[in-house]
Design a binder for this molecule. Sequence first.
Ligand code: SAM
Length: 229
Amino acid sequence: MTDERRELEDGLEALGHSASATQLDSLLRYLAALEETNKSFNLTRIPRHDYVRLHLLDSLAALCAIKSNKPLSIVDIGTGAGFPGVPVAALIPAAHVTLLDSTAKKVRFAAETAQAVGIVNVSGLHARAEKIGHDPKLRESFDVATSRAVAAYPVLIEWMLPLVKPGGVALALKGVGYEEEMSGTESLLASLGGGEPVVHAVRLPGSDIDRFIIEIPKVARTERRLPRS
Ligand code: SAM
């Protein structure tokens, strides 16, 4: 077994999850494709030796807040090179993950590469989050919205919650300092139809890095004027 495969398997176990051999293969092939493409098109600044921990395990930390007992529609906002959307899709085959980004080339890389390595439950969407939130076909249509490293919390909730249906959740993947970003957002959150946020603290396996999954339940409809574009 390669070191990378063991790191992924052990890390998943530490996070309380497991993956089949096929799922592990797909994820590791995805990382290899990312490394290759990154030579000619800047998709990530994370060093290669940190891909498993900082791309895969960090993305999969979000699973603690996704109840996957029914088929789910998930949108990953600002997916970039496909994180957290592609790893989440790999581990929840019953979900469909829409990989949304404002850069067409990134969307194409993530969706086409995921499909090529056998993660077929994804599709790409080239759009700006603040515009797509007003599209009647997509507004309040997703069970779950995710986002990592895209914008400050007040911006993120305004981009995520309009896309989530009442009863669903928005998940912001954040690092230390998230409390400051959250302060003073109560009134915006209420206008967006968001309920009381729940924060899940996760220590990334094999590191002293703390990550925080901020889970915001969608408890009411979003006011029509939001998101502001
Ligand atoms: N989520 C990925 C990750 O964690 O590796 C990528 C993070 S990257 C720093 C931020 C991404 O957000 C970029 O790919 C950028 O194109 C996208 N983005 C920025 N503003 C956006 C918007 N208004 N709508 C959709 N995507 C946006």
